[in-house]
Design a binder for this molecule. Structure first.
Ligand code: MCN
Ligand code: CUN
Length: 798
């Protein structure tokens, strides 16, 4: 079923030993990372470099009456204090967000969330800058804030966005999808309906490296170079050019090594703009690197979706319709990082892995006095919320009907022969085999045995209850196609450029940007596979707009589906040219030249011993080029995917719930993933482990919280809990392989699957432990006190 060109079947091809598809090649980038030779933004040091520190508002909602920077300016080493007024001169006081809103770079009149950027102090030394920031005197007229989305939509709520003309309330947009009438009718006719309210709490991606930038304007070349923590350097350059008026070819964005992104480094932040603007004005390099609490309190958050889910079904568990109503908190600006035509991200696929006839979703979004964001943290644009909703609701339905949740899933799965499958909201799933993944996961988890054990514990009134949770999720990753997906108008294609040098070594440049996903290895593997090269003979470069082909960056697990496809197609273009050169070298007809995937060599049809390697061909291209042929051996491909890819998986989680303390222990954690053809199983395993850890953080610990005054009460690592090795169980991973039919190497993305798929499995498990006593839902994060409350209400607490 795999792609054009016969495509590789990795399970067969993982043996040719050159580091191609399916081989567990060790990550090339790790040599520098584990020997301390990584090069992150904060490692960038330039002669004469100044340091920038931002003055941030202690209030969530306040009018600025006066900013007095004189005490700071009097300090030794302070070079400048910048306010919105200074930026206004250069037309840089505001910047567009990725969702067409306008955000203050430095607050002009009114603060709209706590820790918003009010002024900047530029100094010769970072510590002086920090001290200087404390000496900037700002007079605030404090206003009433509103932090909850439902409060924000009340008639008497304080108006947050007075800067938007004619705006009279805090409402941002309404969105709907599906067929409301058909869905309502299915609900009327159904035997059974269930409903549950669930809140997907505000989370933060919290990468190890916070955000930062070094702006360096060179007046001699009239060129602005910005080293910055960017998951999408090219689109950031385009936006920088549009905002600043500096021509695009006079801007260079370099995203060096990035210490984790997880979506946090997709948006543009005021700090980037201030560092660049300050360097332009002062004609000296300026570095800005934020601290941890600044990162959590002000940069792009994730989720904050308040959802009501409903399912209509027949009494034997056939799902007839699903309906949901959502209230989204977008913070003070509509600044979600997602394709611009999708106000609710890809929430559209809330029917999940199930063949459901009718579906309807409605959503409202509100401004609040909290930091802007909404899309980040391994999410593929709101699929996380959609998957949580449907996978939780299937469990709610199973409990209502008192049947095993696996039975409901099997009964409603989209069947393998139904692909390509069009969902009731019009989305086209490429391929899937959901039942095989579930079967494998159940077998690995010893499902039946645990069910029996669970029953025994209930009968024996045991101190620790057992719960088994399942999630059979479908992801959607790999945006474009360009016609439907764009960032700020630029279509979401991606690119690869391959240059084979005279000695047969290759440099590959891609438009995506690794933040830890291992692209320097896996993209080299694609080329190794497609050209019969050794993976060690290929170097992959990215993250420099001066040298790399234009691409839309890494997020939404789009690198493999889009840039990976571009890399395969570019390799095949090189292969075609290589055939011409091979024919010349072997003195044969070009039409008779064949390429053998196994040996990686080109040979004359019917004469396998008349063969030639890509290294010999490279020499030919430069030293014995056929007459009339363009010299050299290179190719570029810009790939616009025909569709997205739909990875999937089945996770089974077994937990023990302590009736006395409410503590939850993981007894078993099985994750079966299907990302189509696999490039590097070891990298995939690493992605799954990391993503599951983040899923556990989501389900059990993480939450950005606010008090009524809009103070962030979960804004540092004392209060925003991340899982450590102590909280992470042993994971058992498995896989099935259902190639994407439209991807050149049959691969789908995988980076986000574990974080998307695991939270509902974990919540389902905790609910399952208490379901016999009537518990139908427990809100995340399921800290011991939350779980204990649920136990107590159900009469199970000890
Ligand atoms: N891969 C593979 N075979 C496949 C699919 C993927 O070998 N069939 C490999 C890829 O070649 C790549 C890695 O797995 O090296 C992830 O690929 P992909 O799913 O295409 O995702 P991206 O590379 O686009 O990464 C983005 C994704 C997202 S959106 C977030 S958020 C996230 C994640 O990756 N952020 C991460 N994983 C992360 N891992 C690290 N270490 N750091 C982050 O910031
Ligand atoms: Cu949504 S987090 Mo990832 O797409 O960079």
């Amino acid at each position: 079923q795999h792609a054009e060109d016969g495509g590789p079947q990795p399970e067969k091809h993982c043996g040719h030993g050159r580091g191609g598809m399916g081989e567990e090649v060790r990550r090339k980038e790790d040599q520098r990372f584990i020997t301390g030779r990584g090069n992150y933004v904060d490692d960038v040091k330039k002669p004469g470099m100044l340091h920038c520190e931002l003055v941030r508002s202690p209030h969530a909602h306040a009018r600025i009456e006066e900013i007095d920077g004189s005490r700071a300016m009097d300090m030794d080493g302070v070079v400048a204090v910048l306010t919105a007024e200074d930026l206004l001169e250069y037309d840089l006081a505001t910047m567009p967000t990725l969702m067409d809103d306008t955000q203050d770079v430095l607050v002009n009149d009114k603060v709209k969330f706590q820790s918003q950027e009010v002024a900047a102090v530029i100094a010769e030394d970072r510590y002086v800058a920090k001290d200087g920031a404390e000496k900037v005197d700002v007079t605030y007229d404090v206003l009433d804030p509103v932090v909850d989305a439902d409060d924000a939509l009340e008639d008497d709520a304080p108006l947050i966005r007075e800067d938007i003309e004619d705006k009279e309330d805090n409402h941002i947009f309404d969105w709907e999808t599906g067929d409301e009438e058909a869905t309502a009718q299915a609900f009327e006719e159904a035997d059974v309906t269930v409903e549950e309210e669930m809140f997907y709490q505000r989370l933060h991606p919290a990468p190890i490296e916070t955000c930062g930038a070094v702006g360096d304007y060179d007046p001699g070349k009239d060129k602005l170079t910005v080293h910055m923590t960017s998951q999408a350097p090219h689109i950031h350059r385009t936006l920088f050019a549009q905002v600043s008026g500096i021509p695009e070819h006079k801007i260079r964005i370099v995203s060096p090594d990035v210490g984790g992104g997880f979506g946090n480094k997709v948006p543009i932040y005021p700090g980037y703009v201030v560092a660049a603007a300050a360097s332009y004005v002062l004609e000296q390099p300026v570095k800005w690197v934020e601290e941890r609490s600044e990162n959590i309190q002000t940069t792009g958050f994730a989720r904050d979706y308040d959802m009501t889910g409903e399912i209509a079904a027949t009494e034997d568990g056939e799902i007839l319709a699903v309906r949901t109503d959502v209230l989204a908190n977008h913070g003070a600006y509509n600044a979600a990082a997602q394709p611009s035509k999708f106000p609710a991200g890809f929430f559209n696929i809330f029917t999940g892995s199930y063949d459901i006839d009718a579906a309807y979703a409605s959503l409202s979004a509100a401004y609040t006095n909290t930091a802007p964001g909404g899309i980040a943290y391994r999410c593929s644009f709101r699929v996380t919320e959609a998957v949580y909703l449907i996978e939780r609701m299937v469990k709610v339905l199973a409990d209502e009907l008192e049947v095993d949740p696996t039975e409901i899933r099997r009964k409603n799965f989209i069947q393998p022969e139904q692909f390509p499958y069009e969902s009731p909201t019009g989305w086209n799933y490429d391929s899937g085999d959901y039942e095989s993944a579930l079967d494998l996961a159940l077998e690995m988890a010893e499902y039946e045995e645990y069910r029996e054990e669970q029953q025994r514990r209930i009968e024996n009134d045991a101190d620790k209850l057992l719960g088994i949770g399942i999630s059979s999720f479908t992801e959607v990753v790999g945006a474009g196609p360009g016609k439907t997906c764009d960032i700020a108008g630029v279509e979401m294609f991606d690119s690869a450029e391959i240059r084979i040098h005279p000695t047969g070594k290759a440099t590959v440049r891609v438009g995506v940007q690794t933040q830890g996903q291992g692209h320097e290895t896996t993209f080299a593997q694609i080329v190794a596979e497609e050209l019969g090269m050794d993976v060690d003979d290929i170097v992959v470069e990215h993250g420099d707009t001066d040298t790399d082909p234009y691409g839309l960056g890494t997020y939404g697990s789009r690198s493999t589906p889009v840039a990976g496809a571009a890399t395969a197609v570019a390799s095949r273009k090189v292969r075609d040219k290589a055939k011409t050169i091979a024919a010349n070298e072997l003195e044969a007809d070009e039409g008779d030249i064949e390429w053998d995937r196994e040996s990686g060599e080109f040979h004359v049809a019917g004469a396998p011993d008349r063969s030639i390697t890509i290294t010999e061909i490279a020499a030919g291209a430069y030293m014995n080029n056929p007459a009339g042929e363009e010299p050299g051996l290179e190719a570029v491909n810009y790939y616009d995917p025909p569709e997205m890819t739909y990875p999937f998986g089945s996770y089974v989680v077994v937990v023990e719930v302590d009736r006395e303390t409410g503590e939850v222990e993981f007894e078993k954690f099985v994750a079966v993933d299907d990302c189509g053809n696999r490039i590097n199983p070891m990298v995939i395993e690493g992605q799954i482990h990391g993503g599951l850890a983040q899923g556990i953080g989501t389900a059990m610990m993480e939450h950005v919280t606010y008090d009524d005054n809009g103070n962030v009460t979960g804004g540092d690592f004392m209060n925003y809990l991340l899982p450590t090795a102590m909280e992470i169980p042993e994971f058992e991973t498995g896989h099935t392989v259902t190639p994407s039919p439209h991807h050149p190497i049959g691969a789908k993305g995988v980076g986000e699957s574990p974080t998307v798929g695991s939270p509902p499995a974990i919540v389902n498990a905790v609910v399952d432990a208490m379901a016999h006593a009537g518990v139908s839902h427990v809100e995340m994060p399921m800290t011991p006190d939350v779980v204990w409350e649920a136990l107590d209400e159900a009469g199970l607490a000890q």
